[in-house]
Design a protein around this ligand. Sequence first.
Ligand code: ZN
Length: 237
Amino acid sequence: MAKETKKVERKYVSASKGEVVTKDSKSRATRLRIGAVVLWLFAIACEVLCILYLNGTFFVPSEGLEILNITLLPMTILIIGIVADLILVIIGSQLWKKANHINPISKKNKVKFFLWNQMGLIVAVIAFMPLVIFLLKDKNLDAKTRKIVSVVAAIALIIAGAASIDYSPVSQEELAEAQATYGDDNVYWTTFGKSYHLDENCHTLNRSKTIYYGTIDEAFEANRHDPCDFCVPQGDE
Ligand SMILES: [Zn+2]
């Protein structure tokens, strides 16, 4: 069988939204971080409400609470609280990660670098672990409700944690070095690949239909901060 080098039809998409993002990256990052913290606080508020409900501060009759002709059973109320908590934690963490990719902190202090970049994971634990413990110790809910809600809360904890981890944190030094090397030159990346490329005809891009291009800052923002092994000259690290 002949080896076919299929040439796919290619589409180039600019990563920039028609604005110069680099100049403004610090204030953008600050806004993203404030947004993250606000969402996280709302998430923790959801958890606190669930806990207050569990410990009886809010009384809900076991046959449910009637709101606008809808009867909310204890299970429904708790699951709504957990889902709201989950959504808020995840969105907050995405804003936090984005901020750290456009305006990273120095990696000189390794502990601080780790804690800062994994703040989303820490918040996910804070936003679910106490609730899980309360549920496991609860004596007021019926057994079935308690079991189901505990499982839902535990799954939410895992999902929130997994979605909040920054699997490839960026350091200030890494971004500064890349900025010094590439300036305003375009780099290229794809929907799924985790690297950025200097050569749009790099053979690893052969099968990609959509190629994104933008400055190195935009590549970092898109979480593409790993230089391609083939088309980016390898520095001596
Ligand atoms: Zn490449």
